[in-house]
Design a protein around this ligand. Structure first.
Ligand code: FEO
Length: 391
């Protein structure tokens, strides 16, 4: 295991988690990386650590450059265990290293996880001299935990951005100039939608806080580092923070005997008739975290479920629960579903969508047993009219 040289005396010493497939409910089909960075200066400095279980990989990469015992300073930009999990380990190898973290929440969170390892709290604008270089700390609370902060290194002008601008994307390439760039953008979008989206307002403040910095590189705590494509990733974040809509409409459903599925296609025809780009997701096959990534910028969402044992199907309830926690903008919505006798699910979906701050385009659409061609045409006509009426 070797360190990756990013710049003169600055190294990536993190870990690659090729096999990560689930990050507390977020399907990570491309794995992830836990990025830690080593700065060689008069004070040898480590920025963040890695998830527990990956400590030996980090230590091996550090040892390829320097004896870990020579580390003087550890910066913990974020207490979540994927970045702080190896603080106790690295403290054993570098007992004299001083840990700097956000005053208040950072100290509190790290103490809760690891006990007192000796933390120094830093506040907004505080600086720390490493010798020829200086770190300036910028709190970014709730992007996406209370303790988050970023660190800016001068004169190199490198932003250690922690979770912001990250991607769950395992690769041996460390830079945006050498990786599969379209994949990096896809994973950055999915990461924002599934991790950062509920904190768009706070992310906007964080973007404003770093806007005046002459950023030459962004080194996040997951995925590849941004060097050439900084304007692109910043522009994407600005559009996501602004909750901008595109011309897509998402239709999410489960189905037992294809009746609710037929209704989904009738709604698809309505969105097409309105000039929108429908995207259909059968929850039997599609993962919540992928749907959320596409739903983030959709103005319209339709959710359908058959009635199963007097309830919506569990897959639909799971999606709506996930959606409620993450959605960042108000969408126009359609609830629909088929049933045999009880028929509770369309109204249950409608109520759940209202709790997601969606505005109903029309009353919940319900069909007994199997929709006829006439009923499907009626659904298309009604949804088309409702979309056109609401703009
Ligand atoms: Fe990647 Fe919030 O930890």
């Amino acid at each position: 295991m070797q360190a990756f040289k990013l710049a003169e005396n600055i190294y990536w010493v993190g870990a690659i988690d090729w096999n990560l497939r689930n990050f507390h409910g977020y399907e990570t089909e491309k794995g992830s990386t836990y990025n830690a960075y080593l700065i060689l200066d008069e004070k040898v400095t480590l920025i963040d650590t890695v998830k527990e279980g990956f400590g030996e990989e980090m230590l091996a990469r550090i040892r390829s450059v320097i004896d870990p015992a020579k580390i003087d300073i550890i910066i913990s930009n974020h207490a979540e265990p994927d970045h702080s999990g190896c603080l106790p380990l690295i403290k054993r190898f570098a007992p004299n290293a001083q840990i700097y973290t956000a005053a208040g929440a950072g100290v509190k969170d790290l103490t809760a996880y690891y006990g007192d390892l000796g933390y120094t709290g830093v506040r907004a604008g505080e600086t720390l001299s490493l010798g020829k270089r200086t770190l300036t700390f910028v709190p970014t609370p709730m992007v996406h935990w209370p303790d988050n902060m970023v660190s800016f290194l001068t004169p190199d002008n490198i932003l250690f951005s922690n979770d912001a601008f990250g991607q769950h994307y395992a690769s041996d390439e460390r830079l945006d100039t050498e990786c599969d760039l379209p994949e990096a953008f896809i994973q950055a979008r999915k990461y924002y939608a599934n991790i950062v989206q509920p904190y768009g307002m706070q992310t906007g403040k964080a973007l404003a806080a770093v806007a005046g910095l002459p950023i030459a590189a962004i080194y996040p705590s997951h995925g590849i580092c941004w060097t050439k494509h900084i304007p692109d990733i910043l522009a994407l974040y600005k559009s996501w923070v602004a909750n901008e809509y595109d011309d897509t409409a998402v239709i999410v459903y489960d189905t037992m005997w294809h009746s609710t599925e037929a209704m989904a296609h009738a709604i698809e025809n309505a969105f097409l008739a309105c000039g929108l780009k429908p995207r259909l997701y059968n929850l039997h096959y599609c993962h919540n975290s992928d749907i959320i990534a596409d739903a983030m910028t959709a103005k319209y969402i339709a959710v359908g479920s058959p009635t199963l044992n007097n309830n919506m199907m569990p897959s639909v309830a799971s999606f709506l629960c996930y959606f409620k926690g993450l959605t960042g903008n108000k969408k126009k919505s359609v609830a629909f579903g088929s049933y045999g006798w009880g028929g509770q699910s369309p109204e249950q979906v409608e109520k759940a969508l209202a709790e997601c701050k969606c505005e109903q385009l029309l009353p919940a659409i319900r069909i007994a047993y199997k929709p006829s061609e006439e009923q499907l045409d009626r659904i298309t006509a009604d949804v088309t009219a409702a979309v056109k009426a609401n703009g």
